[in-house]
Design a protein. Sequence first.
Length: 199
Amino acid sequence: MAFKFKKCELANGTEIKGLYEIQPKLFGDARGYFLETYSEHEFFTNGLTMRFIQDNQSKSSKGVLRGLHFQTKHPQGKLVRALEGKVYDVAVDLRKGSETFGKYYGVILDSEKQNMFYIPEGFAHGFYVLSDEAIFAYKCTDFYDPSGEGGLMWNDPIIGIDWKAVAPDANPLLSDKDGKHPKFNPEGKYFDINGEWNE
């Protein structure tokens, strides 16, 4: 197999359903390396039957934090990875009715490891750049729709993402928009268990 699929769990062993860490197999020698970055057959065989329709890429400098983002009108599942550099990538479960609603999971994505992270519809997503520079790529299951943009405060006290666990001197560089996202409200309007926005 060209990939290893790991279901993501909280520290207490509770699975965050639909969330996967994925490790491609690297074939390397003195000349360099080769790997598959996606295989519909292997993903489908392991229960990841999403269809990707858009690819995105960004470049960021050290200390940049992008997030926490989601879309309401066209929720996106995302397969994310670092093409260059290293980032701390985080997904927050916003599916009401989920056992892990309001909980987060973080993984370090490293271009040397070529590891990936699949985040299904119904999650907020963000990342913090740990290396001097990072090029970040993601495949999406739906189109970007600016009219449905949503977000959460990156340092929301209820969600409690521990950014300093991976970056003790973290002093995030935020866009104006990311600096103004609202706090998480457990009683607020979020996604249903299937990742569809609750109208």
